[in-house]
Write a protein that binds this ligand. Structure first.
Ligand code: HEM
Length: 179
C-alpha cells in the first residue's frame, strides 16, 4: 500500500481527533508510523491501524474504513483538484475511476496497486459496481463513493449485494442516486 494512503489516514485522524490519538493508534498497531507518500508499505499496516482505530473509537473495522473513505475525499479533492473539476457529477466521477483517476494515481505513485471495477448501469439513477481485490477494502470503496457524492452535492445509497467478507467471490455494490 502506498504511503500516501497512510498520510491521508493520519491527516483525517489528526483533523477529527488529535495528533495524540494518531500516535496512540500507531503504538497500539505496533507499526512504524513514518510513511512517505511514494514509499510502499505492508497492507498489514493498514489492517492493524484500522483494527486499532476500531478498538479505540468503538467501531467495527468496516465502519472505520468507510469513515476514512468519506473523510479522505475532501482532502483528495484539495490535493488533486483537476481530477474532480473535469466531472460534473459523482456518477461521472465514479465512472472515471478505471480510465482516469486510478491511471493518474499510478503515474504519480509508481507501483500503486489500484483496483479495477466493473460497472453495469441498472435501473434509472443507479448502477452496479463489482470490486475484486485481495485487500478486500470494499468498505473503503463505499466511503470513497459516499465522499465523492458529498463533494458533488449528490445523495447516494450504497448497498452490498454481494461481499467477499461473506464468502462471495467479489463484492457487488449497488449505488442509487436520489431523484
Ligand atoms: C469513487 C472513487 C474511488 C474509488 C471507489 C476508489 C477505490 C479504491 C480502493 C478500494 C482502493 C484500495 C486498493 C484495493 O482495493 O486493492 C484504492 C486505492 C487507492 N486509490 Fe482509489 N478510489 C477512488 C478514487 C480515488 C481518488 C480520487 C484518488 C486520488 C486522487 C485515489 C487514490 C488511490 C490510491 C493512492 C490508492 C492506493 C494504491 C496503493 O497503495 O497501491 N482513489 N482505491
Amino acid at each position: 500500500m502506498k504511503g500516501v494512503i497512510f498520510n491521508v489516514l493520519e491527516e483525517v485522524v489528526t483533523q477529527q481527533f488529535s495528533q495524540d490519538v494518531w500516535e496512540s493508534l500507531v503504538d497500539k498497531a505496533a507499526v512504524d508510523g513514518a510513511y512517505t507518500s511514494l514509499g510502499n508499505y505492508a497492507d498489514e499496516d493498514l489492517v492493524c491501524l484500522v483494527a486499532s482505530a476500531a478498538e479505540v473509537l468503538g467501531k467495527t473495522p468496516g465502519e472505520i474504513l468507510r469513515w476514512f473513505g468519506q473523510s479522505a475525499m475532501p482532502l483528495l479533492a484539495a490535493r488533486y483538484p483537476s481530477l474532480f473539476e473535469s466531472h460534473r457529477s459523482s456518477r461521472d466521477f465514479i465512472l472515471s475511476v478505471n480510465k482516469i483517476i486510478h491511471p493518474e494515481v499510478r503515474k504519480l505513485y509508481a507501483g500503486a496497486s489500484c483496483p479495477f471495477f466493473h460497472f453495469k448501469p441498472s435501473k434509472a439513477g443507479s448502477m452496479m459496481m463489482a470490486y475484486e481485490s485481495p485487500r478486500k477494502l470494499c468498505m473503503l470503496a463505499q466511503g470513497f463513493i459516499e465522499g465523492a457524492a458529498r463533494h458533488y452535492h449528490d445523495d447516494v445509497d450504497v448497498h452490498h449485494r454481494e461481499c467477499m467478507h461473506k464468502g462471495d467471490e467479489k463484492c457487488l455494490l449497488e449505488i442509487k442516486w436520489a431523484a
